[in-house]
Design a binder for this molecule. Sequence first.
Ligand code: HEM
Length: 460
Amino acid sequence: MHRTLARLSKKHGPILFLEFGSRPVLVVSSPSAVEECFTKNDIIFANRPRILAGKHLGYDYSTLVWAPYGDHWRNLRRMASLEILSSNRIQKYAGIRMDEVRSLILRLYKITSKNGDDQFHVVEMKSLFFELILNVIMRMIAGKRYYGEKEGELEEERKFKEVVTETLELSGVRNNVDYIPALKWVGVNKVEKKQAILQRRRDELIQNLIEERKKSISNSSSEERNRTIIDVLLALQENNPEYYTNVMIRGMVQVLITAGTETSAATMEWALTLLLNNPKTLVKAQEEIDMVVGTNRLMDETDIDKLPYLGGIINETFRMCPITPLLIPHESSEECTVGGFRIPRGTMLLVNIWAMHNDPALWEDPTIFKPERFVGPKTENNNGLILPFGAGRRKCPGERMAMRSIPLVLGCLIQCFEWERIGEEMVDMSEGKGLTMPKAKPLVAKCRPRSAMMNLLSQI
Ligand code: HEM
């Protein structure tokens, strides 16, 4: 949809007013129009549209992602920013992230060195990225990780993976009944049925997680009790059970798992894909890490700010492959103007960041992967405006966490291994469907340990 809307914008201009069935829709795709929406009109557009995904997958529009702008959303947002995703808490969980990265590296090292040769081995990266991020989030939320060794663990991990993927597929803005409600009465609405079934599965999984955590903290010390995000939410519930209901806690946990896993994992997958298709950038990134970190220790989060080229790779990935190309839809709560046009109350806003990030009027050679654009001073044709996390009041509250995990994982993989495509041809860049823009085909790559890192790898 972001590509179709970009084509329309190219023909008719960066501010489009469309009608999707009975729903008025504003599509913006220029920096000035976006700025107008998120500065002058920020409060007006801080609402979310009441689409069926919000009803069935957002506990009747009551979760952080789907709640309308108002006191309840403000309170959830404050709770997320201060108690859950604050810089303090994110810092507190740095050890978990490092631990999981070590596990991934060890896993790859075992796969690639099992025959004692120095040949390349083929690895499927999509699941490895997802499992890593799921483990990070699960350890933060519930103090639990999936080793895939214990009976039932693989099964639970598979279920979480399935519900996250399905949630993002069923949360998109392409459900016809959201625009032509009458379809509901003629029995065309299969999506709504699927959403309701999915919600029952998600609910059960999350409630089990909460019950497990309750059991494990009932006999533990007070220090242990404040360890995970579920503990924090349960403590709030103890003080104010009427407001912090079980539904609210389940909603918050669901939002964190859905919004925090696939987004980061898919960005890592796109980044590695772009590096494999542009091997010279991979070499440059490796040289930078060797110079700053060396080969005697593993890169860690304190190195991130000293690695501008790695930062450029991540920004360039966000530019070319923003994982939420239309952000999450917003809605106007009153009439306003954008670019001089009157926008009625109740208009759905789609911000086509993909179109903006790939616009030849804003970027030199937008189809070329050039991490250098984000290194050093900004130039006229490189105005640096990328909005992968959105803007304004509803901007992503997980940005800090994502910007710790993604460079760490990618940096360590580049530091420890050599990477190649599985064949001569470029890795396929087709996009899948849903609220996010995943890679259509899971990334398969060839890798082997770098000889300069063998010593360190053998000690992990
Ligand atoms: C690469 C990683 C990520 C990207 C690109 C991303 C992007 C976004 C975007 C574009 C939005 C919508 C902004 C808007 O409505 O205009 C959003 C919302 C949100 N994100 Fe993220 N996100 C990422 C990671 C995370 C993580 C790690 C978490 C938490 C663990 C998270 C939690 C949320 C939540 C709760 C919202 C809803 C905020 C609201 O409606 O008030 N995200 N994200």
